[in-house]
Ligand binder design. Structure first.
Ligand code: EPU
Length: 341
């Protein structure tokens, strides 16, 4: 355990923050010992690419760092199990190199394997929910590992049971994925439709990397946490109302009759793409990303996020919810909608 641990290199926004106690178990035995003494509240951190440290101090942090990949071969598929501390993109790369198919569209997503199911990472027409076989989850109370099937994980858009009823009750130790040995490209996402239909897995992998690099700022050069807000899902009535003002608005109808809108587009239409205030701003290439030019204070991003929410609310009557997790010294918190007077 490290006390008074400095966290700048543990968050992709690169904010300095002090953690009173930082635990980094690498084995079950170490985890069992830590659980006995873990102060509450605490926060489970992966590589810190989807968390904003909103204050100068955080709660105590548990960062599981188990490593290892195993592969169980079957005729047409493999069951690949990766420990939580593995890096997500390196895993995707490993699979493409070994001809295990299914992860190509999820290339270059920052973060750890253990964090991936928590928010059901997704990009370019694929979500981890499409590929998960099961998740091995360690329960603090019993110190036992439970195997959760894909159904039990309750995956939804950027959501899972790990963010809800199982939050802070345990940690993901290992993720088992079902990957095909037979290649079939998923080119449904608009940006991938320039690829030929016989594109190889490596072609898709490289194309996704190219698109991401052209749109999303590299957090090593310009600190950020990817999409700051979730794409809002709205009722058909509101969608129809918005269409009268914004006939060219991108929209993705959902099975239950609601419509998913593009938050980046709404922010751009609100006049905020490239907007900068002091040392933080809205990215110039993707309005859904908030960037830290040179701030040392997470509150600057909070203030900017509230401003973006207010402007989009004013223009489009939609309250954007953060996708990034907001951590204070007391734990996670939400940005709530101000009542209109
Ligand atoms: N758009 C704009 N202006 C912008 C940004 C987007 O007009 O500044 C428009 C685009 O032209 C497009 C639509 O909005 O018509 C959607 O944009 P894009 O395809 O770039 O995707 P997104 O909905 O903004 C989501 C994910 C990304 C993921 C991409 C690709 C969320 C919150 N974000 O973004 O995930 O990479 O789709 O699948 O769902 C992340 O979660 O950190 C992340 C980067």
């Amino acid at each position: 355990m490290h006390s008074q641990y400095e966290l700048t290199r543990h968050n992709s926004f690169a904010f300095p923050a002090i953690c009173p106690a930082f635990y980094q178990p690498e084995s079950l035995q170490e985890l069992n010992d830590i659980v006995k003494q873990l102060p509450s509240p605490f926060y489970v951190l992966g590589e810190g690419s989807n968390t904003l440290f909103a204050e100068q101090t955080t709660t105590p942090i548990l960062q599981p760092n188990f490593k290892g990949i195993t592969v169980e071969e079957h005729d047409d598929f493999v069951l690949l199990s990766a420990k939580c501390g593995e890096n997500w993109h390196e895993l995707v790369n490993f699979c493409v190199e070994n001809n295990y198919y299914g992860l190509e569209n999820l290339a270059l997503i920052p973060g750890s394997v253990g964090a991936a199911p928590v928010q059901n990472i997704g990009a370019y027409g694929t979500e981890i929910a499409d590929i998960v076989e099961h998740v091995s989850w360690y329960e603090f109370e019993t110190k036992k590992i439970r195997t959760l099937s894909k159904q039990a994980c309750q995956f939804a858009y950027r959501d899972s049971i790990f963010k809800n009823s199982l939050a802070n009750k345990g940690i993901i130790i290992e993720v088992t994925l079902r990957l095909s040995k037979k290649w079939q490209a998923n080119l449904t996402y608009r940006d991938l439709d320039t690829l030929p239909i016989d594109a190889s897995a490596n072609d898709v992998f490289q194309k996704v990397i190219e698109i991401r690099q052209s749109k999303l700022p590299d957090h090593n050069k310009l600190p950020n946490a990817g999409s700051f807000f979730k794409n809002p899902v709205v009722a058909k009535q509101l969608y129809n109302k918005l269409l009268t003002n914004f006939p060219d608005m991108p929209a993705y109808p959902q099975e239950n009759g609601t419509v998913k809108l593009a938050a980046g587009w709404l922010i751009e239409k609100s006049g905020l793409k490239g907007f900068r205030v002091g040392d933080v701003g809205v990215a110039q290439t993707q309005a859904l990303v908030l960037v830290n030019y040179d701030s040392k204070n997470g509150q600057d991003i909070i203030k900017l996020a509230k401003y973006v929410q207010a402007q989009v609310q004013l223009k489009c009557d939609i309250f954007l919810q953060p996708e990034v997790r907001l951590l204070s010294s007391k734990g996670l918190f939400q940005l709530t909608q101000c009542k209109q007077v």
